[in-house]
Design a protein around this ligand. Sequence first.
Ligand SMILES: Nc1nc2c(c(=O)[nH]1)N[C@H]1C(S)=C(S)[C@@H](COP(=O)(O)OP(=O)(O)OC[C@H]3O[C@@H](n4cnc5c(=O)[nH]c(N)nc54)[C@H](O)[C@@H]3O)O[C@H]1N2
Ligand SMILES: Nc1nc2c(c(=O)[nH]1)N[C@H]1C(S)=C(S)[C@@H](COP(=O)(O)OP(=O)(O)OC[C@H]3O[C@@H](n4cnc5c(=O)[nH]c(N)nc54)[C@H](O)[C@@H]3O)O[C@H]1N2
Ligand SMILES: [Mo]
Length: 762
Amino acid sequence: MSKKRPEGIKKYNEPAGGWGALRAVATALKEQQVLVQGPQTLLKANQPDGFDCPGCAWPDPDHTSTFEFCENGAKAISWESTSKRANLEFFAQHSLKDLWAWSDFELEDAGRLTHPMIYDAQTDHYVEISWADAFTRIGQELNRLNPDQVEFYTSGRASNEAAFLYQLFVRSFGTNNFPDCSNMCHEATSVGLPRSIGVGKGTVTLKDFDHADMILSVGHNPGTNHPRMMTTLHEAARRGVPIVVLNPLKERALERFSAPQNAVEMVSLSSTPIASSYLQVKAGGDLAALKGIMKLIFERDDADLANGGPGVLDREFIAAHTSGLDALRADIDATDWAQIYRKSGLDRASLETTAETYLKAKNVIACYGMGITQHSIGTEIVQQLANLLLLRGNIGRTGAGICPLRGHSNVQGDRTVGITEIPNAALLDGMERAFGFRPTGEKGHNAVEAIQAIIDGRSKALVCLGGNLAVAMSDPDATFAGVRGLDLAVHLATKPNRSHLLTARTTLLLPVLGRTDQDIQKSGPQSVTVEDSMSMVHASRGFLKPPSDSLMSEPAIIAGIAKATLGDKYGIDWDGMIENYARIRDKIEIVFPDFHDFNARIKTRGGFRLNVPASRREWHTVSGKANFLVARGLEEDQRLNDPDTLILTTLRSHGQYNTTIYNLDDRYRGVFGRRDVIFMSKEDLASRGLSDGDRIDIIGIDITSDTQRVVKGFTAVEYDIPTGSIAGYYPEMNKVIALSDYDALSGTPAYKGAPVRIARSI
Ligand SMILES: Nc1nc2c(c(=O)[nH]1)N[C@H]1C(S)=C(S)[C@@H](COP(=O)(O)OP(=O)(O)OC[C@H]3O[C@@H](n4cnc5c(=O)[nH]c(N)nc54)[C@H](O)[C@@H]3O)O[C@H]1N2
Ligand SMILES: Nc1nc2c(c(=O)[nH]1)N[C@H]1C(S)=C(S)[C@@H](COP(=O)(O)OP(=O)(O)OC[C@H]3O[C@@H](n4cnc5c(=O)[nH]c(N)nc54)[C@H](O)[C@@H]3O)O[C@H]1N2
Ligand SMILES: [Mo]
């Protein structure tokens, strides 16, 4: 007899994709009331003459002639093309105190912002302001401050054109304070891979997947977060390519998937198994797992050499192209098996199978996501993954390589066109070439540093090009208080969210055109450009009628703020660039020569690929070679010494886009109508005297301060997850994560490895 589960917790037996996904799209369109424009909008997503889907950064196949189906892309698009409006009447009706009591879901569900607004403290309402007055006001406030007292945040939806103008404005103003959503996401990649292979980006293209003999999928959940990748994995699985998954949770789409384009699977209700083996590693255990796999490879290599064989490493490649193997070998030799098993939670057999599969494959691609970057050792884990590939020359040739799954649809592009707190000489030289002035090269703030400066009162103003920074960051309680103490807060946004309710002395909320909206400037309708996870740059053109006549595009707003702040400092032709975005691209091309013939090349179908030297085995590292890098040992984190400590990892549900909550269901994990749950193993429940359904408090452990961070009254759900690891949803769980808990090398918050204790709620 099956026991009674907590409310809303059911077993979901269907494969990922399939009819469940089609049903979910119909619901999303209906709920956002986009019945007329919606289906037509969806057909334009990721088509050569359409717009880039704001859902994720997975590339588009060349043959974009048929509709690329994606449930969560459809949700992202319908969320933006909704007919709901957060207009002036809405803000007249609701004070900010009222809105604070709304859930994050309800706030965004109010719909698209329609007018520029300023906060009126007397009445506690946002009220209309003209664009001209808004710009003047922002300019006055900014000019009162030292440029280094202002934080300029970017979220990864901004186009290359918007991001480039933004960095031009901020650098002309005089700071490199560029906190960026990338700092919370793939910074471990941006910092880790340049030292390994000389470039902070992935080395594969979509075509490489057709030639791979093994795919390693580490710490990402494509069924939810990159659903179009499932088409690729589905094809590979059907070709018999082994897909080895490392993930604490059995994610449904990585177990079995039914492709909505596949008529046979749809009609016969069948599906394709995806993972050939599934290693349920402990949260944060990937470093141990990767060291274990490499240890087995070295053992096999020794054995083969002893038998007179050639060994199993690619010695020719290693000799010609790499440096540091001996040090890596010494580190791996010194790593103790008992520690590997304990930290990874994996047994010898599963590590051996993985090593065997790896050695059998000629071409291996390793894909990864937040499951490995968002740890205090994130950069080092990324580098160990690169080591594993380098051992057999699996970087820089067809069918093989490293493939970080980027987050926001243009997060990679924003970094490429200059959103960085540490500008290198090439960037500064390029700016000087294009605009005749040399910006400061002094290091600015990343996301954690920006929030810390705001909390300490060192920074006085925050300007946000999109996003929901205060909610996305760890320790929101501290962040909220800090932002409320600012002189100025400015948000460029499509929809209201909680960060907009944190008012400073002067607060402005400026509505922008979204990716799907038509953008018409003096020279006519404009396209923008974006870069996907595989360094492909292509144009995107919205075509929907904007939600109100009072919206401006992101580039136009940035230019407006820049003119009001800088006057004609440096003689920059802001108006000319807004009249025709091709002129922005002309400047991008001068600063970043990789974009040569930019305007011509985006006219070609599918766009063009930026230079990724490591794809050609050119290593732009200090040594001129690809570097094997040594990571720290496995037992250095004292916070984990207490046997009562659990590692909390934070997840996206299937019904959310980052801090945007579409609905309260996480269908594939069997959670319906709620998010206040913590997944725990049977053993961890039992050893604490708890049962499935008990109410618990989650208490963050922070050895650097006495602050108590607690989330109360969540429901423990018995789940198939390794002992010692528990999981809850982002952003709710940010309350227990200390701001000081981040990867020292990259600054990425340790969202997937927070030490916590559990207590029964009283
Ligand atoms: N629909 C939708 N699409 C999105 C987003 C969204 O929120 N919704 N967000 C976008 C953004 S900004 C990003 S960055 C990407 C995020 O995409 P993903 O990288 O897939 O992000 P997450 O859901 O945070 O977690 C990934 C997976 O890591 C696993 N995991 C957790 N801890 C560990 C660990 O210690 N080791 C290993 N090996 N695995 C672990 C989790 O079980 C989960 O399956 O998606 C982008 N696309
Ligand atoms: N615990 C935990 N915390 C995390 C993570 C995690 O896995 N766990 N993941 C981290 C990651 S990977 C990321 S990327 C960050 C995300 O952090 P952010 O990028 O700051 O957050 P989003 O939720 O994507 O931002 C949503 C808001 O963006 C605005 N918006 C949407 N489209 C547009 C547009 O086209 N233009 C403009 N100007 N605004 C727009 C809307 O107003 C919406 O409310 O969160 C991080 N925080
Ligand atoms: Mo992200």
